[in-house]
Design a protein around this ligand. Sequence first.
Ligand SMILES: *[C@@H]1O[C@H](CO)[C@@H](O)[C@H](O)[C@H]1NC(C)=O
Ligand SMILES: *[C@@H]1O[C@H](CO)[C@@H](O)[C@H](O)[C@H]1NC(C)=O
Ligand SMILES: *[C@@H]1O[C@H](CO)[C@@H](O)[C@H](O)[C@H]1NC(C)=O
Ligand SMILES: *[C@@H]1O[C@H](CO)[C@@H](O)[C@H](O)[C@H]1NC(C)=O
Ligand SMILES: *[C@@H]1O[C@H](CO)[C@@H](O)[C@H](O)[C@H]1NC(C)=O
Ligand SMILES: *[C@@H]1O[C@H](CO)[C@@H](O)[C@H](O)[C@H]1NC(C)=O
Length: 383
Amino acid sequence: MNRIVVSSWPFFVLLVINMGLRANTLKVIGGKRAVILGEDADLFCRLSEAEEFDQITWQKETRENSNKHNFFVIKPDGITSNVNGLKGRVLFIGNTSDYLGSIRIRNVTLLDEGTYTCIFSVSSGPIQTEMSLTVIVPPVMSVTGHVSPVGDNEVVLVTCIAAAAKPKAEVIWNTGALNKSLRWVTNSTQHANGTSTVLSQLIGLPTRTANQKQVHCVVNHCALEEERTLSYTIDIHYPPQIVNITSSQAKYFLCIVDGNPRPNYIWSRDVQPWPVSSVRIDGDSLHLLSLSSDLNGLYVCEASNLYGSTTGFLYVHTTSEISPACWVLLCLIVVASAAAIFLCSWYKNGKLPCSKVKAPEQTDQDDGDVPIRQRVTEDEEET
Ligand SMILES: *[C@@H]1O[C@H](CO)[C@@H](O)[C@H](O)[C@H]1NC(C)=O
Ligand SMILES: *[C@@H]1O[C@H](CO)[C@@H](O)[C@H](O)[C@H]1NC(C)=O
Ligand SMILES: *[C@@H]1O[C@H](CO)[C@@H](O)[C@H](O)[C@H]1NC(C)=O
Ligand SMILES: *[C@@H]1O[C@H](CO)[C@@H](O)[C@H](O)[C@H]1NC(C)=O
Ligand SMILES: *[C@@H]1O[C@H](CO)[C@@H](O)[C@H](O)[C@H]1NC(C)=O
Ligand SMILES: *[C@@H]1O[C@H](CO)[C@@H](O)[C@H](O)[C@H]1NC(C)=O
């Protein structure tokens, strides 16, 4: 037994080498391709050696038609014919004198994706090679914000979508200064045409700190030359905060309140309205046009948006004579009274004035825990 095996070795070796050589002598060389949707796909194909051939035949099995079928024929004289499909979109870019059967498929669609076969019909029969054509689709990107009121529960702050890409896009977030307080959840769906949509949601507490902070959705995909960044500025709504009345020059006062959306301001005077000709109001500013004692009194600035309102107070006291010393005194009174009323209302309500939030539909009507001064003022206004 052993003898037979040993003596048969050289024969097998020779057979294998011979088969290998014959397979190597003449073959068709191709190459797989990956092309971006809408671009042209050049499919390379050539004979490994010079050899006469009757024709070059291209077959395909694609998403459009998964049965392998002929679609393009090239004769040795360079004459081509479309067998079926792809009319006008396929172009011979080879050279029959060079045994080059390459073609170009123009404006590639997802339906062109599949396996392509290049067949040279030579005297000994057909020889062929298969190659894949992959279509890459860049994502359609968008970022959408969700305005939310300040609160204690996590909400979706921003959504980033990289839609209908192939292969599916990678989406991450760059949350800058908020990187410790925000997290994200990403999911994806695959469509029938082979593309996928990735949806990533940025989640976190809607806090005042997060308001106006920029976050960036970063999308990566092989069809993009570089990663794409979509930025969004977080928008958190909150009621007006503490009122700050400042005076840049005597007789001119500004009511400054932090709130989102920007508060509306209403100036009024406690107990009785001011003489119309002596005071000019422009939104958040109060301008005393003269300095007479009939302008004396407690001025109220109410700042409100749809989440609530707060009030601040300015005490004006002047004698009919104008003197710089008097204005210094006035400013001191302003600061003192604002502080006093702030503390007073905190004491009375057991909470900071800024935490008093009115429901949007109640903006005209005050509820019970409003400081009496303010209610008196508003009653005056209605008359
Ligand atoms: C085809 O190949 C032959 C032989 O290499 C060359 O002479 C000829 O110019 C080529 N034709 C074209 C159109 O490139
Ligand atoms: C490419 O194909 C698409 C869909 O078939 C078509 O809408 C578009 O006009 C074509 N573009 C060119 C340059 O032929
Ligand atoms: C968060 O941001 C800070 C400063 O912007 C940076 O130093 C830190 O490395 C970031 N942390 C993470 C986990 O990205
Ligand atoms: C991805 O998340 C969105 C929003 O939460 C949801 O509508 C969708 O069904 C989710 N898709 C999958 C595949 O989970
Ligand atoms: C693939 O399908 C999705 C979902 O129907 C669609 O939005 C997208 O435009 C399609 N892509 C192409 C290239 O046809
Ligand atoms: C009030 O506004 C002025 C000017 O903007 C500022 O300097 C001051 O710190 C503010 N005061 C408070 C209590 O916010």
